[in-house]
Design a binder for this molecule. Structure first.
Ligand code: MTE
Ligand code: MO
Length: 254
């Protein structure tokens, strides 16, 4: 998979260089309009290859208590400042509710109490950031598949989009998305606990995603809502996530 990533990066750099040359004098818009469409086909091919190597049902490795990192290093947003988030945090998230909507038969609004009352799963896994560091943590939460079962996605549902409370430096909110295979995977959690304690603020309180066979940036923190959709077009810049909109791969398999 490492090789694939390098090949893709090479391809992207080559395309960017080609774009700069061929489109010299054109505005940047036409460049960005052209490049993603070419890259998209390479991206889909890689996802397909990845699915053959590791089928959708493959489990991520789970570790033992002794492997847990002393500190789960926080990254990206660590203390959202939006008014809505500050107000919820100030009241210890008593007023928090995860909204579940989009292409579902039963839209939901789930308090933390309700989420904690659903059957839970605990798993000790390794988190790999694209920057090149890893930490091992123990997550407790509800399987996303259980929440989807309650909401009843439509037949044509293809993705689950995760909306977050934090706004990044460029003014865009953080968001993420995964496909239905990963959404239904047994290790995919809406996590409210880290290392036997409530999820700390730097790590995404009160609720975050764990999708264990993908890189760190897919693990959306500070969840405000999840949305079931049949297309990622029209959400953010249409690439399925905040970092994806900056050029990172949508399927960040490890
Ligand atoms: N909402 C939100 N989720 C996010 C981020 C962020 O900035 N905002 N950063 C991502 C990145 S790059 C990583 S590596 C992990 C970091 O999770 P941690 O802070 O618990 O280590 O969260 C991911 N999820
Ligand atoms: Mo990351």
């Amino acid at each position: 998979m490492k090789l694939m990533n390098r090949r893709r990066r090479f391809l992207r750099n080559a395309l960017t260089a080609a774009g700069a040359g061929v489109l010299a004098g054109c505005d940047r818009l036409s460049q960005t309009d052209w490049a993603p469409r070419v890259l998209e086909s390479a991206e889909h091919l890689t996802h397909a290859v990845q699915r053959v190597v590791a089928p959708p049902s493959a489990m991520a490795r789970e570790f033992g208590e002794a492997d847990i990192s002393p500190v789960f290093r926080p990254n990206g947003s660590t203390n959202p400042q939006t008014r809505e988030y500050r107000a919820l945090a100030a009241d210890d998230f008593r007023g928090y509710a995860l909204r579940v909507g989009g292409l579902v038969a039963r839209p939901l609004s789930l308090s933390l109490e309700r989420l904690r009352a659903l059957p839970s799963r605990t798993q000790i896994t390794r988190h790999d950031c694209v920057e090149g560091w890893s930490v091992i943590g123990k997550w407790t939460g509800v399987q996303l598949s259980r929440v989807l079962d309650l909401a009843k996605p439509a037949q044509r549902a293809r993705y689950v989009v995760f909306r977050c409370f934090d706004v990044m430096d460029d003014g865009h909110p953080y968001y993420e998305s995964i496909g239905m295979d990963d959404a239904r995977h047994p290790q995919t959690l809406l996590a409210y606990g880290l290392n036997d304690k409530p999820l700390p603020t730097p790590n995404g309180a009160p609720l975050r995603l764990r999708v264990e066979r993908q890189l760190g940036y897919k693990q959306a923190k500070y969840l405000s809502a999840i949305e079931v959709v049949d297309s990622l077009a029209g959400i953010g810049d249409g690439n399925g996530g905040y970092w994806e909109d900056q050029g990172y791969e949508w399927y960040a398999g490890i």
